[in-house]
Ligand binder design. Structure first.
Ligand code: ADE
Length: 244
């Protein structure tokens, strides 16, 4: 996958996107990330990209033309138009299903706003999908774009060592992840649940499922509403001790 990011601050992306899993995905060639300085597409040639808001709004707005020039140049370079996203608290909130859907695109072009945002017409012109990372307002789209790029790129084929790594974790299956433990078996008097040391695969599977259901019910009951519980799930929720 190729992810292009249009921003006033391209330099802030390098440290985060060169590390860890995203960095590895890039080294493996599964992912290419290219950041573009919006100011380079300023029509005045002096790097000015913002202006005052019609109708008396406060602050400054990013103008449509610099984004349009950047997008057009990129589309010409790529020979096609990637799926265009605009990071905004007005957008649909990013979740695992959206990250999975976006990970299937060949290319993404992420537009980052700043100041009071961007002239609405550029979003209309390019049919940009607006994406929020949560119901709070940040100063710009750069952190949200990094979060989106991270969530998407770890789902690309071959990026995580085993598919299990993300198929079992929180939100992938619609449930939160069960608790996990490593050595030592007893740490500061706290013991690893004995079933996990038993080698009994079926009991361990049921324990994992029961704990995922328990944690989700306790912390995010909203996720359980509408979740397709199996007969076994119901039993595990209603009689948590019985099956183990
Ligand atoms: N830009 C500012 N706040 C944002 C948010 N919550 N999500 C995405 N982009 C943003």
């Amino acid at each position: 996958m190729r992810i292009d990011i249009v921003t006033l601050f391209p330099e802030v992306f390098s440290s985060v996107l060169e590390e860890s899993i995203v960095g590895r995905a890039r080294k493996k060639g599964a992912l290419q990330i290219c950041c573009h300085q919006l100011r380079s597409f300023s029509p005045d040639g002096k790097g000015r990209v913002d202006d005052t808001v019609f109708g008396g709004g406060k602050g400054m707005l990013l103008a449509a033309e610099p984004f349009a020039r950047c997008i057009d140049a990129l589309c010409e370079h790529l020979g096609k138009r990637p799926h265009i996203l605009y990071m905004s608290p007005r957008g649909k909130v990013l979740d695992q299903a959206m990250a999975r859907r976006l990970s299937k695109e060949e290319g993404l072009l992420i537009l980052c706003g700043h100041y009071e945002g961007v002239d609405e017409r550029v979003l209309e012109e390019y049919k940009a999908e607006e994406v929020s990372i949560g119901d709070y307002v940040l100063t710009g789209g750069e952190l949200p774009a990094m979060i989106l790029a991270d969530a998407v790129s770890r789902m690309l084929p071959g990026v995580l060592s085993e598919e299990l790594c993300f198929t079992e974790e929180s939100h992938f299956s619609g449930l939160l992840e069960y608790p996990q433990y490593t050595k030592p078996e007893c740490w500061r008097g706290r013991k690893v649940p004995p079933v996990l040391l038993s080698g009994h695969h079926e009991k361990i599977r049921k324990w994992h499922r029961r704990e995922a259901l328990r944690v989700t019910k306790e912390r995010r009951p909203d996720l359980l509403r509408g979740y397709p519980l199996s007969a076994e799930d119901r039993k595990l929720l209603e009689e948590p001790e019985e099956l183990l």
